[in-house]
Design a protein around this ligand. Sequence first.
Ligand code: IMP
Ligand code: MG
Length: 174
Amino acid sequence: MKKIILTRQQIQKKVEELGRRISEDFRDEELLLVGVLNGAFIFLADLAREIALDLRIDFIRVASYGAGSSSAGTVTFTKDVELPVRGKKILLVEDIIDTGRTIARLKQHFLGQGAVSVQVCALIDKKERREVEVQADYTGFDVAEGFLVGYGLDFAEQHRCLPDIYHLENPTAP
Ligand code: IMP
Ligand code: MG
């Protein structure tokens, strides 16, 4: 069973607003958007088109979840970015922050590689299971709890392409 919690119209409005804020905050600067695969691919595609800046785009892929809905506790890199990072301002684009481990690990990774700054834009901030103290610089929506799917978010690779975001009741590993 799944219940809609954020409509495509609400998401679109929020993405426009985030794009405007980012464009103002980084005015006249070069920005490297780094999308966290796979979940952020739709959000990044929409957000990038709302940012009026000289953008570079790359992706990194990490896995903290197996096929189920609870964090494995470790973050494994399965694909790194290919563009140079040293001296760059980076904006990590993430679908959802849950325990905070992924974002904390990625910030450390890019700062260690010589990025000037690493900020975070997360479509959803879910605070109920936060284990690592991290704060997104740009947040679309705060959601108290639950497992969400749609607009890039999956459960065991399902539901990513739904245009709206749903709360999935009783997710169980297949
Ligand atoms: P964290 O490291 O626990 O913050 O995990 C973040 C990653 O877990 C996100 O990038 C998502 O891929 C995944 N994730 C966390 N919560 C959800 C959810 O409610 N639905 C789908 N994926 C989620
Ligand atoms: Mg993700």
